[in-house]
Design a protein around this ligand. Structure first.
Ligand code: ADP
Ligand code: MG
Ligand code: MG
Length: 200
Protein backbone atom coordinates (compact mmCIF):
# COMPACT_ATOMS: atom_id res chain seq x y z
CA UNK A 1 0.00 0.00 0.00
CA UNK A 2 2.95 2.35 0.49
CA UNK A 3 3.22 5.02 -2.21
CA UNK A 4 6.38 6.38 -3.76
CA UNK A 5 6.67 9.96 -4.92
CA UNK A 6 5.47 9.20 -8.45
CA UNK A 7 2.40 7.39 -7.13
CA UNK A 8 1.61 10.26 -4.75
CA UNK A 9 1.78 12.80 -7.56
CA UNK A 10 -0.36 10.56 -9.78
CA UNK A 11 -2.92 10.19 -6.98
CA UNK A 12 -3.21 13.93 -6.38
CA UNK A 13 -3.62 14.62 -10.10
CA UNK A 14 -6.25 11.90 -10.46
CA UNK A 15 -8.26 13.21 -7.47
CA UNK A 16 -8.14 16.77 -8.77
CA UNK A 17 -9.00 15.87 -12.37
CA UNK A 18 -11.94 13.72 -11.25
CA UNK A 19 -13.77 16.67 -9.70
CA UNK A 20 -12.51 19.41 -12.03
CA UNK A 21 -13.71 17.50 -15.11
CA UNK A 22 -17.12 16.97 -13.51
CA UNK A 23 -17.55 20.50 -12.15
CA UNK A 24 -20.50 21.25 -14.45
CA UNK A 25 -22.29 18.06 -13.45
CA UNK A 26 -21.74 18.82 -9.74
CA UNK A 27 -23.03 22.34 -10.30
CA UNK A 28 -26.24 21.12 -11.94
CA UNK A 29 -26.85 18.66 -9.11
CA UNK A 30 -26.42 21.49 -6.61
CA UNK A 31 -28.67 23.76 -8.69
CA UNK A 32 -31.48 21.24 -8.21
CA UNK A 33 -31.35 20.97 -4.40
CA UNK A 34 -28.81 23.54 -3.19
CA UNK A 35 -27.31 26.87 -4.23
CA UNK A 36 -25.48 25.71 -7.36
CA UNK A 37 -21.90 26.21 -6.20
CA UNK A 38 -20.71 22.68 -5.46
CA UNK A 39 -18.90 22.24 -8.80
CA UNK A 40 -17.14 25.56 -8.39
CA UNK A 41 -16.34 24.92 -4.73
CA UNK A 42 -14.69 21.56 -5.45
CA UNK A 43 -12.93 22.88 -8.55
CA UNK A 44 -11.50 25.83 -6.66
CA UNK A 45 -10.29 23.57 -3.86
CA UNK A 46 -8.60 21.01 -6.06
CA UNK A 47 -7.05 23.67 -8.33
CA UNK A 48 -5.49 25.08 -5.17
CA UNK A 49 -4.25 21.57 -4.29
CA UNK A 50 -2.76 21.13 -7.79
CA UNK A 51 -1.02 24.47 -7.41
CA UNK A 52 0.95 23.02 -4.47
CA UNK A 53 2.37 20.22 -6.62
CA UNK A 54 5.16 19.14 -6.97
CA UNK A 55 6.14 20.10 -3.40
CA UNK A 56 3.05 18.32 -2.08
CA UNK A 57 4.27 14.97 -3.44
CA UNK A 58 7.66 15.44 -1.71
CA UNK A 59 5.89 14.92 1.62
CA UNK A 60 5.15 11.52 3.14
CA UNK A 61 1.70 10.16 2.30
CA UNK A 62 0.20 11.09 5.71
CA UNK A 63 1.70 14.61 5.59
CA UNK A 64 0.50 15.03 2.02
CA UNK A 65 -3.07 14.07 2.97
CA UNK A 66 -3.03 16.52 5.88
CA UNK A 67 -1.80 19.30 3.57
CA UNK A 68 -4.54 18.53 1.01
CA UNK A 69 -7.12 18.68 3.79
CA UNK A 70 -5.86 22.02 5.06
CA UNK A 71 -5.90 23.51 1.56
CA UNK A 72 -9.50 22.33 1.05
CA UNK A 73 -10.63 23.73 4.41
CA UNK A 74 -9.00 27.07 3.58
CA UNK A 75 -9.92 27.44 -0.09
CA UNK A 76 -13.38 25.91 -0.40
CA UNK A 77 -16.33 27.95 0.71
CA UNK A 78 -19.52 26.22 1.70
CA UNK A 79 -20.21 23.14 3.72
CA UNK A 80 -18.17 20.78 1.55
CA UNK A 81 -14.76 22.42 2.13
CA UNK A 82 -14.57 21.87 5.90
CA UNK A 83 -16.15 18.40 5.55
CA UNK A 84 -14.04 17.00 2.71
CA UNK A 85 -11.02 18.84 4.15
CA UNK A 86 -11.60 17.24 7.55
CA UNK A 87 -11.76 13.81 5.90
CA UNK A 88 -8.33 14.26 4.26
CA UNK A 89 -6.76 15.84 7.36
CA UNK A 90 -7.95 13.11 9.72
CA UNK A 91 -6.98 10.39 7.24
CA UNK A 92 -3.47 11.85 7.18
CA UNK A 93 -3.33 12.04 10.98
CA UNK A 94 -4.48 8.44 11.40
CA UNK A 95 -2.33 6.73 8.73
CA UNK A 96 1.17 5.41 9.44
CA UNK A 97 3.92 6.14 6.87
CA UNK A 98 3.65 2.70 5.29
CA UNK A 99 0.03 1.71 5.75
CA UNK A 100 -1.17 -1.86 5.48
CA UNK A 101 -4.76 -2.43 4.40
CA UNK A 102 -5.89 -2.74 8.03
CA UNK A 103 -4.40 0.71 8.73
CA UNK A 104 -6.38 2.15 5.84
CA UNK A 105 -9.58 0.59 7.19
CA UNK A 106 -8.96 2.03 10.67
CA UNK A 107 -7.90 5.45 9.37
CA UNK A 108 -10.89 5.85 7.03
CA UNK A 109 -13.13 4.92 9.97
CA UNK A 110 -11.58 7.69 12.08
CA UNK A 111 -11.80 10.20 9.23
CA UNK A 112 -15.51 9.40 8.79
CA UNK A 113 -16.10 9.86 12.53
CA UNK A 114 -14.46 13.29 12.28
CA UNK A 115 -16.72 14.26 9.35
CA UNK A 116 -19.77 13.13 11.37
CA UNK A 117 -18.66 15.25 14.34
CA UNK A 118 -17.95 18.29 12.18
CA UNK A 119 -21.25 18.02 10.26
CA UNK A 120 -23.29 16.83 13.24
CA UNK A 121 -24.52 14.24 10.78
CA UNK A 122 -24.93 10.52 10.24
CA UNK A 123 -25.44 8.30 7.22
CA UNK A 124 -29.09 8.36 6.06
CA UNK A 125 -29.42 12.13 5.81
CA UNK A 126 -28.60 12.47 2.09
CA UNK A 127 -25.04 13.75 2.45
CA UNK A 128 -21.59 12.60 1.38
CA UNK A 129 -21.66 10.29 4.43
CA UNK A 130 -24.11 8.15 2.43
CA UNK A 131 -21.17 7.34 0.15
CA UNK A 132 -18.30 7.36 2.66
CA UNK A 133 -19.93 4.99 5.15
CA UNK A 134 -20.97 2.14 2.79
CA UNK A 135 -17.72 2.38 0.80
CA UNK A 136 -15.70 2.11 4.01
CA UNK A 137 -17.74 -0.98 4.90
CA UNK A 138 -16.75 -2.61 1.58
CA UNK A 139 -13.12 -1.69 2.22
CA UNK A 140 -13.33 -3.21 5.71
CA UNK A 141 -14.91 -6.37 4.28
CA UNK A 142 -11.94 -6.87 1.93
CA UNK A 143 -13.52 -5.62 -1.31
CA UNK A 144 -11.15 -5.04 -4.23
CA UNK A 145 -10.79 -1.84 -6.27
CA UNK A 146 -13.64 -2.76 -8.62
CA UNK A 147 -16.02 -3.53 -5.73
CA UNK A 148 -15.11 -0.28 -3.99
CA UNK A 149 -15.55 1.84 -7.12
CA UNK A 150 -18.88 0.15 -7.92
CA UNK A 151 -20.18 0.75 -4.39
CA UNK A 152 -19.15 4.42 -4.58
CA UNK A 153 -21.17 4.92 -7.77
CA UNK A 154 -24.17 2.96 -6.51
CA UNK A 155 -24.16 4.64 -3.10
CA UNK A 156 -24.27 8.08 -4.75
CA UNK A 157 -27.20 6.89 -6.90
CA UNK A 158 -28.99 5.59 -3.80
CA UNK A 159 -29.13 9.17 -2.45
CA UNK A 160 -31.58 10.15 -5.24
CA UNK A 161 -34.77 8.89 -3.52
CA UNK A 162 -33.61 10.03 -0.07
CA UNK A 163 -35.06 12.90 1.97
CA UNK A 164 -32.37 15.43 2.95
CA UNK A 165 -32.25 16.22 6.67
CA UNK A 166 -28.81 17.95 6.76
CA UNK A 167 -27.24 20.70 4.70
CA UNK A 168 -28.91 23.16 2.37
CA UNK A 169 -31.02 20.49 0.61
CA UNK A 170 -32.86 19.88 3.91
CA UNK A 171 -34.46 23.34 3.55
CA UNK A 172 -36.43 21.88 0.61
CA UNK A 173 -38.00 19.13 2.68
CA UNK A 174 -39.85 16.64 0.45
CA UNK A 175 -38.67 18.50 -2.66
CA UNK A 176 -35.16 17.20 -2.02
CA UNK A 177 -36.43 13.74 -3.03
CA UNK A 178 -35.65 12.66 -6.60
CA UNK A 179 -32.24 14.35 -7.04
CA UNK A 180 -28.79 12.91 -6.38
CA UNK A 181 -26.90 14.59 -3.52
CA UNK A 182 -24.07 16.68 -5.04
CA UNK A 183 -21.61 15.96 -2.21
CA UNK A 184 -22.25 12.22 -2.58
CA UNK A 185 -21.48 12.46 -6.29
CA UNK A 186 -18.19 14.30 -5.71
CA UNK A 187 -17.22 11.81 -2.99
CA UNK A 188 -17.89 8.94 -5.42
CA UNK A 189 -15.73 10.64 -8.07
CA UNK A 190 -12.84 11.07 -5.62
CA UNK A 191 -13.11 7.47 -4.44
CA UNK A 192 -13.24 6.17 -8.02
CA UNK A 193 -10.10 8.14 -8.89
CA UNK A 194 -8.29 6.95 -5.75
CA UNK A 195 -8.95 3.24 -6.24
CA UNK A 196 -7.96 3.30 -9.92
CA UNK A 197 -4.65 4.94 -8.99
CA UNK A 198 -3.95 2.85 -5.89
CA UNK A 199 -4.78 -0.47 -7.60
CA UNK A 200 -5.55 -2.46 -4.47
P1 ADP B 1 -23.06 24.55 0.44
O1 ADP B 1 -24.23 23.67 0.73
O2 ADP B 1 -22.62 25.31 1.65
O3 ADP B 1 -23.28 25.43 -0.76
P2 ADP B 1 -21.57 22.68 -1.19
O4 ADP B 1 -22.61 22.93 -2.21
O5 ADP B 1 -20.15 22.82 -1.65
O6 ADP B 1 -21.80 23.59 0.09
O7 ADP B 1 -21.70 21.20 -0.61
C1 ADP B 1 -22.95 20.61 -0.39
C2 ADP B 1 -22.75 19.17 0.06
O8 ADP B 1 -22.17 19.11 1.35
C3 ADP B 1 -24.06 18.41 0.18
O9 ADP B 1 -24.44 17.85 -1.07
C4 ADP B 1 -23.77 17.35 1.23
O10 ADP B 1 -23.27 16.15 0.64
C5 ADP B 1 -22.67 17.97 2.04
N1 ADP B 1 -23.14 18.42 3.36
C6 ADP B 1 -23.78 19.56 3.65
N2 ADP B 1 -24.03 19.65 4.97
C7 ADP B 1 -23.55 18.51 5.55
C8 ADP B 1 -23.49 17.98 6.88
N3 ADP B 1 -23.98 18.65 7.92
N4 ADP B 1 -22.91 16.78 7.06
C9 ADP B 1 -22.38 16.09 6.01
N5 ADP B 1 -22.40 16.53 4.74
C10 ADP B 1 -22.98 17.71 4.50
MG1 MG C 1 -23.84 24.49 -2.62
MG1 MG D 1 -22.83 27.47 -1.05
Amino acid sequence: MSLNRTAREKLVRALAVSVIEHADELTSLDQAIGDGDHGLNMKRGFEAVLATLPALADKSTPEMLKAIGMTLVMKVGGASGPLVGTFFMELGKALPEEPARADLVAATGKAIDAVKARGRSEAGQKTLLDVLVPVQAILAAGGDAAAIAAEATEAAERTTPMLATRGRASFLGERSIGHMDPGSRSASLLIGAAVVTLEF
